[in-house]
Design a protein around this ligand. Structure first.
Ligand code: 13P
Ligand code: SF4
Length: 355
């Protein structure tokens, strides 16, 4: 059996295993080749930690070429992954679109399991790896294929719009997928005046405010965003009266109603880069503002965030091990891959029409 390095492996143990195969010393040469990356992240990563990350970054970037691999990383990944080893970064929609264009034979997904499954669905002939397959999502685990079938039986003929934060089996029973960046457009584009929108009750409620359609939803929620309250926003406003407060639409409507802007992770990044507010609070996962701060000048990023424990299961140690061993490979049942692909592809096609 192949030895596993994942987020549960003590770091010292993981490094000892990796050290049998790779030189992980922080030499002058390593320092030199990684200096440009360090300059970007030095406000977020202390020099003492960089000495551990830099050799891993060098080995990962070398191995990527050797194995014909590409790294897709979500905006919530840690700065050392986002800035150090990712080839493509983005929100769920951008990663899904980019996954259709990659030339490499191997995709390493630095994100959560449903994102890796989406890459596999769109690239059935490629090898898709996730460095720790237990990187789940509270939304994806809130609903099963049987639940979708029961909803379809309860509301016959009503189209099902499914957030990409779901398993391939759920996507396969779906008319069209959506992400937080295109939810309103997709709901408006499907036939009929009633839509089943699963599994995020808050994204559904926030979408319902922007469409004339009736939305039937599911009781799922994101464990990272559901905890934000309108009171938190009032406290942030009192503490930072001049700051713009922006949030992800997985937050409850009482939060979205009182923030200055709401949008997908990519839309939030775009807001910061184009509006250039002097001070901003990103009400979402904590690595987001760290990652954007490293590439944006003149904006003061204030804290008002939660950590996604699933996203944080991915680290440089298990990325290197994943490339080394080819584990853990995403396998999607051939019977569900095609219907799931159709639902994701429809979403991509709808989004392209709006370009
Ligand atoms: P985005 O599609 O906005 O990147 O969101 C994905 C996600 O998991 C947010 O919690
Ligand atoms: Fe899932 Fe929430 Fe984590 Fe996004 S932030 S991956 S929705 S648990």
């Amino acid at each position: 059996m192949v030895q596993l390095i994942n987020a549960m492996t003590p770091l010292e143990e993981a490094r000892a295993i990796l050290g049998q195969h790779y030189d992980l010393k922080f030499t002058k040469a390593v320092q030199k080749v990684t200096q440009r990356i360090f300059d970007r992240v030095k406000d977020k990563i202390p020099e003492i930690e960089w000495a551990f990350y830099a050799p891993l970054i060098v080995q990962i970037n070398r191995l990527k070429k050797e194995k014909d691999a590409v790294i897709l990383a979500h905006n919530y990944q840690s700065p050392q992954i986002y800035h150090g080893v990712a080839d493509i970064v983005g929100d769920s929609l951008q990663l899904a679109v980019e996954a259709t264009k990659v030339k490499q034979q191997v995709i390493v997904q630095c994100g959560v399991h449903f994102m890796a499954e989406t890459s596999k669905i769109l690239n059935p002939d490629k090898t898709v790896l996730i460095p720790d397959s237990r990187a789940g999502c509270s939304l994806a685990s809130s609903i099963t294929a049987a639940d979708v079938l029961a909803m379809r039986a309860q509301y016959p003929g009503v189209p099902v719009v499914t957030y990409v934060n779901t398993s391939a089996a759920v996507k396969a029973l779906t008319d069209v997928c959506c992400t937080s960046s295109n939810a309103v457009d997709i709901v408006n584009a499907v036939d009929g005046d009633t839509v089943i929108m699963i599994p995020d009750q808050f994204l559904a409620q926030n979408t319902a405010k922007k469409t004339k359609k009736k939305i039937i939803t599911w009781a799922g929620s994101c464990e990272v965003h559901e905890t934000f309250t309108a009171e938190d926003i009032s406290e942030l406003r009192a503490a930072y009266p001049t700051a713009k407060i922006i949030a992800h639409p997985e937050c409850p409507p009482e939060v979205i109603d009182v923030v200055d802007f709401a949008g997908s992770t990519a839309a939030m990044i775009n807001y910061v880069k184009t509006e250039k507010p002097a001070r901003v609070v990103m009400v979402t996962e904590c690595s987001m503002s760290d990652n954007v701060a490293s590439e944006t000048t003149g904006v003061d990023f204030l804290r008002g965030c939660n950590i996604c424990p699933h996203m944080k299961r991915i680290n440089l140690e298990n990325v290197l091990w994943s490339l080394h061993t080819g584990n853990e490979e995403i396998i999607v049942d051939p019977e569900i891959i095609e219907p799931a692909r159709r639902a994701v592809q429809r979403m991509i096609d709808y989004s392209r029409k709006g370009d």
